[in-house]
Design a protein around this ligand. Structure first.
Ligand SMILES: [Cu+2]
Length: 304
């Protein structure tokens, strides 16, 4: 209906929205018209003595029954759409979505991970939402779907994309300074291209972990720049061997960012916090394998 609608539920959401909007517009025009009309018609110089009107049975029935029916109709349209959104089809492809300040990560049934969501067209997809830190909210405007991601409470939602293309994924719950940069994409592709994409991901992951790709897929670059600019955390540019002040148990000390320091900062980010930065990095313990951490540390040595 509106341009950019790309899921089966989107047209239903749009029609419910338009239906309610149309009623609101009609009501607005009617009420405004009557208000102006009565102000003119019953102005003081025409009616020096106010008339006492005692009630009108028919009118009262009409203005009670008509709005009630309208509200029930609005509820009905909202309800059937909501029910469909909350009823996840059994055959839906499950994808685990992990939100953290300030990135999204998508994990498929076979363990494959990606920083953007690839899905086959015309296939129901169930997103299981988890947060590693604070409240976030997953929002795909083109699909007309949105759901809070709450720490400690698994939530889920589903969609069937029916239009090939690339669509925005946003975080729509304010979650900190980089909230507005917490973006990703959904790529809707034909079944065979999706299968090829998945096969490619699987081989890529089976191969040696690549540090640069991990920095992207794990969301590290949401907070640490590669070009020296300050985002939220210290930049990765020239990090290896850099001297710096850190806070350890409240006391300042000087460190050199060597292998051991980098490794510890990934596993226990808040043990040594670089002075001037907030202690907000989530630990990657149990999330990154040893081989992946090695790959990241090796890559960091090369970021000059
Ligand atoms: Cu967020």
């Amino acid at each position: 209906m509106f341009s950019g609608a790309a899921s089966t539920i989107a047209t239903k959401v749009d029609s419910a929205f338009l239906f309610i909007l149309a009623i609101c517009v009609v009501m607005l025009l009617l009420i405004t018209f009557l208000m102006v009309y009565f102000v003119i018609k019953y102005r003081r110089d025409k009616n020096p003595t106010p008339t006492n009107i005692e009630g009108n049975f028919l009118l009262e029935v009409v203005w009670t029954v008509v709005p009630t029916l309208l509200v029930i109709a609005m509820f009905y349209y909202g309800w059937i759409g909501y029910r469909e959104m909350e009823t996840i089809p059994e055959d839906a492809m499950a994808v685990k979505v992990t939100a953290q300040m300030w990135s999204w990560s998508f994990e498929y049934d076979n363990g494959t991970r990606s920083d953007e969501l690839a899905v086959p067209i015309n296939k129901p997809v169930k997103l299981e939402l988890f947060s590693r830190d604070v409240l976030h909210s997953l929002y795909v405007p083109a699909f007309r779907i949105k759901k809070d991601v709450v720490p400690g409470i698994p939530t889920s939602l589903w969609f069937t994309a029916d239009e090939e293309g690339t669509y925005d994924v946003l975080c729509t719950e304010y979650c900190g300074v980089r909230h507005s940069a917490m973006l990703s994409r959904v790529v809707v592709m034909p079944q065979d291209r999706f299968a090829a994409w998945m096969a490619g991901k699987v081989t890529q992951e089976a191969a040696e972990p690549v540090g640069r790709e991990l920095l992207e897929s794990q969301g590290c670059l949401g907070c640490h720049s590669l070009d020296g600019s300050r985002i939220v955390g210290p930049t990765f540019k020239g990090i290896f061997g850099r001297k710096g002040l850190v806070l350890t148990d409240g006391a300042e000390r000087e460190i050199v960012a060597d292998e051991a320091y980098l490794r510890r900062s990934i596993l226990k980010p808040n043990a040594d916090v670089v002075v001037g930065y907030p202690p907000i990095m989530p630990s990657q313990e149990g999330i990154l394998s040893d081989a992946q951490i090695d790959a990241i540390v090796e890559h960091l040595k090369t970021v000059k």
